[in-house]
Design a protein around this ligand. Sequence first.
Ligand code: DC
Length: 237
Amino acid sequence: MSFVVTIDGPAGAGKSTTARAVAARLGLLYVDTGALYRAFALKARHAGIPIDDDAALERCGRALDLVLSGSAEAPRVWLEGVDVSEEIRTPAVSELSSRLAARPVVRRRLVEIQRALRARGPLIAEGRDLGTVVFPDAEVKIYLDADLATRALRRHRELARRGMIVPLDEVRGEIASRDERDRSRVDSPLAAAQDAVRLDTSGKTVDEQVAAVLEIVRAHPAFPDPAGRAGRDGLDD
Ligand code: DC
């Protein structure tokens, strides 16, 4: 079984930024599991499937043609041959993905897809239930958190970078209610695994976050160093 690093935590905790940088530095496959939930939501929305129609959601999941491609620096998400990397980031899709993520029929299918990715080699995956449910035997588990004000500001800026100007208050309300839903659902709620290392990223720079995670991963005795670079290319921290 491949070496796995999981990063879980609420929206805006810095999971994607950190996981992508660590993946690039260590030569790990980067897996954004939130993108899978978002792409599922987009497909369900296009098909007009009601949120509680489990039979239709199951059919939707079975026919899901979803591909994660690109690099850790520039990951892309393809749904039925169309690049939906930007379309899945709208606030409406965020909200729907969180609602659908509470449906066991949706989770079952997406967990299956996530576990199959392990065959591709050492990976770093980020989401909500990776250390608890998807990869309970992961070698390294991290739980990232930050206070709500910090997380809202980060998400607000990320949306602006993507050309979506959403008032900060609205973003704060959106992520607070999404986190509450993700934490309180019955199936695979957002939670830190008991054996996860907890890091609070409030007030930390991206470089500090990345350095902290790199140190934890490299210190693991089973770390395969797939990029073969530790101590050799001057990129070490
Ligand atoms: O990480 P994100 O904000 O892109 O995730 C979007 C939604 O998908 C999130 O609100 C909850 C759901 N999700 C999940 O339930 N489990 C995961 N492993 C990843 C995401």
